[in-house]
Design a protein. Structure first.
Length: 637
C-alpha cells in the first residue's frame, strides 16, 4: 500500500515523533509512506518564500494513494488546508486527520487541556505560585488557542486572576521567549512567580533572558514549557513540560487508517492525552535521564555534526553561487548528493530542458515563459537520480505518479520525503529522498534543499541574463523587419569573411541590390504593404545565399551580399537566379505592382589588402548603372 502523509516543519521534534509513530508501524507491514512537507513557519505575514514552500501540498494526486494522514495544524495556511481537504474528499480516499475534525475523515486529537491544567495545579499546590504569566503561540494556530484557553480555565479554577497584559503572543521560536521576558522586564511591574510557555523553545528563550537579567530559575522564577522536546530534556535546569504523545498519535492514526482501508466497521475518532513532567525548572528534583558524561558526549557529537554540516553548506554554497549553466549545476549537485549518500534521491523538474529555454527566449522577446511559474507542470522529468549509490536520469512522466513508474515498481516498506524546489514563488519542481533517516533527525536536510534552490535560481538568473544579452545582440546586429543582418551586423561579421578570403587568396565580391518602386508601393498601397514588399525581397535573397555568404539590409530598400571564392561566371549566375526567383514570385503572387530590383556587383580577384568600403561603393555605382539602363529602356518604350 501507498500512504500519503501531509504535515509541515518535518524537522521539529513534535513532527518527528508523529512521523516515527506512523513509520514504525507502516514500514514493518511493508507499506510505502510518502511524506509531503513544506517549511513555511512565519505566523505574522505571508511571504513569497512560504508560498513556494506550501505549493508542495498542491502536488499529490490523492487517487494514487490507498490512504492519507494529514496534520493540518502544522500547515499554517488555511487556504492550502481547505484545498487539500477538498481534494481528499473528491478523491474519496480514506483519511485520518490529526487535531482537526472534518466530515469524511476520522480524527485523532492530541488534547492540550490535561497537561496545562496539571502544570497550573502543580505550580499552585506544590510551589505556592500565585502570579503566573503565559507566553502563547500564534493566535491562528489551533494548538496554541487550546493551550491558552486551558491556561485561562485552570487559573480561574484555582482562584487566580489572569490578565491580558501578562499574556504575550509568540511564534513558537526561542526569539518569542526572549521577546516576552524582555517585555515583562520593561513593564516595570513586579516579576511573576512563574512563567508558562506554550512550547519548550519559547521556555528556553525565557530562561536564557531571565538569567541574563540576573534571575535564577527556579530559585527566583519558575518556568515551564510544553511538548517534552529534546531541548527540554537536556536543558539546565531540566524543563518541566508536557509529554504530548505525538508518537502515540501517529501510531493511532496509522492503525485507524488501516481499519478504514480494510473497511472494518465502527472506526471511531481517537484522543491522546498529554502528561505533565515535573522537573528542575519548576523546583522539583527530577534529574536528567542522562549522566553528566553522557551529556558531554552528546554535546561533543552534536558539535561535530554541526561542524560537518556547516562545512558541507559552506563548500556547496561557494560552488553553487558560481554556477553559470544547468550542466554546471548537475555536475555540482551530483558531487554533493553523493556525499550525503541517501538511499534514494530524485531531482524532479517541471517541463523539460527544451521548454525551459523556449520560455527564456519567449520572455526576452516580450512574451511569457509559456507556463504558470507558480505551479507544477503536468510533465515532470528527472535529470538527476541517485539510487543506492548509482546516478541515473529519467525522461518525462505525469506528476500524478510523483516518480517514474519504474522507480516505484516492486518496492515495499520504504518512506519518501517529498519537498519543494523553488525560489520565492517560482516553482522549479520538487525532490524526493528515500529511506534517508537523517532528513527526519534534524533540519540539516532542509538546508540542503535550500542550497539546491539557490543554485537553481543562480543558474536561472544566468540563463535569463544570457538570453537577454542574446536578444539585445540580435536587436543590435539584425534588421527587425527582415531578420537579416543590418549595417551593424555587417560591420561585425564581414571582416572575418574578408580575412579568411585573404588568407586563402580567394576572390571577394559585393552584390548590391536596390529595390525598384518601393516609394510608389508605400505611397499607393501604404507602408504595411511596403514592409511586406521588403520582407519578400529579403526572403528571395536569403533563399539564394549559400553557407558563408553575408546578406545585409544596407538601407531602406538596399541589400548587400558579401561573397568569397566566386568566379565572374558564378556571380553572374548568382544574380540571374535572383532575377528568376523574383519573376517566379510575381507569377505566384498576383499583385497590382511587379517586384523588381536593380542589381550590380563588384569583384576583387584577391581579397588581400582590399578596402571593403571602396568595394561596396564600386558595387553601388555598378548597381546605379544597371538602374539607369533600365530607366532608359523604359523611357524608350
Amino acid at each position: 500500500m501507498d500512504i500519503a502523509v501531509l504535515l509541515g516543519g518535518v524537522g521539529f521534534d513534535s513532527q518527528k515523533r508523529t512521523i516515527s509513530g506512523i513509520l514504525d508501524n507502516a514500514l514493518s507491514e511493508g507499506n510505502n509512506v510518502y511524506i509531503f512537507t513544506g517549511d513555511g513557519w512565519n505566523y505574522v505575514s505571508r511571504f513569497k518564500y512560504e508560498e513556494g514552500e506550501y505549493n508542495i501540498y498542491r502536488l499529490p494526486d490523492f487517487t494514487q494513494y490507498d490512504g492519507v494522514i494529514i496534520n493540518s495544524d502544522t500547515i499554517h495556511d488555511l487556504k492550502i488546508v481547505e484545498e487539500m481537504i477538498g481534494k481528499i474528499k473528491q478523491a474519496k480516499v480514506p483519511c485520518v486527520s490529526l487535531n482537526r475534525k472534518w466530515d469524511e475523515a476520522i480524527c485523532v486529537n492530541l488534547e492540550n487541556e490535561t497537561g496545562i491544567h496539571a502544570i497550573v495545579g502543580h505550580l499552585v499546590h506544590e510551589h505556592d505560585a500565585r502570579s503566573i504569566y503565559f507566553i502563547s503561540g500564534p493566535l491562528d494556530n489551533e494548538d496554541a488557542k487550546q493551550r491558552l484557553s486551558a491556561y485561562k480555565k485552570a487559573m480561574e479554577q484555582y482562584g487566580l486572576e489572569w490578565q491580558e497584559e501578562n499574556i504575550v503572543y509568540g511564534d513558537y521560536t526561542y526569539r518569542s521567549g526572549i521577546k516576552a521576558v524582555k517585555q515583562y522586564l520593561e513593564s516595570g511591574e513586579m516579576m511573576p512567580d512563574a512563567i508558562m510557555a506554550a512550547n519548550d523553545d519559547m521556555a528556553v528563550g525565557a530562561i536564557l533572558t531571565l538569567e541574563e537579567a540576573g534571575y535564577q530559575v527556579p530559585d527566583d522564577i519558575l518556568v515551564t514549557g510544553y511538548d517534552n522536546s529534546s531541548i527540554a530534556q537536556v536543558n539546565h535546569p531540566r524543563m518541566t513540560t508536557v509529554r504530548r504523545g505525538e508518537y502515540a498519535a501517529g501510531e493511532m492514526a496509522y492503525k485507524k487508517l488501516m481499519q478504514l482501508i480494510r473497511k472494518e466497521k465502527a472506526v471511531t475518532d481517537g484522543i491522546v492525552y498529554g502528561k505533565a513532567i515535573f522537573s528542575q525548572s519548576c523546583g522539583c528534583d527530577r534529574k536528567h535521564n542522562h549522566t553528566h558524561a553522557e551529556l558531554q558526549r552528546m554535546y561533543v557529537q552534536k558539535t561535530v555534526d554541526i561542524d560537518e554540516n556547516l562545512e558541507w553548506l559552506k563548500s556547496s554554497a561557494a560552488e553553487f553561487t558560481g554556477l553559470e549553466t544547468f550542466d554546471d549545476f548537475m555536475e555540482c549537485a551530483q558531487r554533493y548528493i553523493g556525499q550525503i549518500n541517501p538511499e534514494y534521491f530524485y531531482l524532479c523538474m517541471c517541463g523539460s530542458i527544451e521548454n525551459y529555454y523556449a520560455g527564456l527566449d519567449s520572455m526576452t522577446q516580450g512574451g511569457d515563459r509559456g507556463r504558470d511559474e507558480k505551479i507544477y507542470t503536468d510533465d515532470i522529468w528527472v535529470p538527476l537520480a541517485y539510487e543506492q549509490g548509482q546516478f541515473n536520469s529519467y525522461g518525462e512522466f505525469h506528476k500524478k505518479h510523483l516518480l517514474p513508474p519504474e522507480c516505484k515498481e516492486g518496492k515495499k516498506g520504504n518512506f519518501y520525503l517529498v519537498m519543494p524546489l523553488h525560489h520565492q514563488e517560482y516553482c522549479f519542481g520538487y525532490c524526493v529522498v528515500g529511506n534517508y533517516v537523517r532528513a527526519l533527525d534534524d533540519r540539516f536536510f532542509q538546508h540542503i534543499i535550500l542550497s539546491l534552490d539557490n543554485a537553481l535560481e543562480t543558474v536561472r538568473k544566468q540563463d535569463t541574463m544570457k538570453s537577454i544579452l542574446r536578444r539585445l545582440n540580435h536587436v543590435w546586429i539584425y534588421d527587425e523587419l527582415t531578420g537579416v543582418y543590418n549595417r551593424a551586423g555587417f560591420r561585425e561579421n564581414a571582416p572575418e569573411l574578408v580575412e579568411e578570403a585573404a588568407k586563402r587568396e580567394m576572390s571577394l565580391t559585393v552584390i548590391f541590390a536596390d529595390m525598384d518602386g518601393l516609394k510608389k508601393v508605400n505611397d499607393t498601397y501604404g507602408h504595411e504593404e511596403g514592409d511586406a514588399y521588403i520582407k519578400a525581397m529579403a526572403h528571395i535573397l536569403e533563399q539564394n545565399c549559400r553557407y558563408g555568404d553575408i546578406l545585409t539590409r544596407y538601407g531602406g530598400d538596399e541589400f548587400v551580399i558579401l561573397l568569397s571564392g566566386y568566379s565572374q561566371e558564378e556571380v553572374k549566375e548568382y544574380i540571374n537566379k535572383i532575377h528568376i526567383a523574383i519573376n517566379n514570385y510575381n507569377m505566384l503572387y498576383i499583385k497590382e505592382y511587379q517586384m523588381d530590383a536593380s542589381i550590380g556587383y563588384y569583384m576583387e580577384p584577391n581579397a588581400a589588402n582590399i578596402n571593403l568600403d571602396k568595394v561596396i561603393e564600386m558595387a553601388d555605382q555598378n548597381m546605379y548603372a544597371v538602374k539607369k539602363e533600365k530607366r532608359a529602356a523604359r523611357e524608350q518604350y
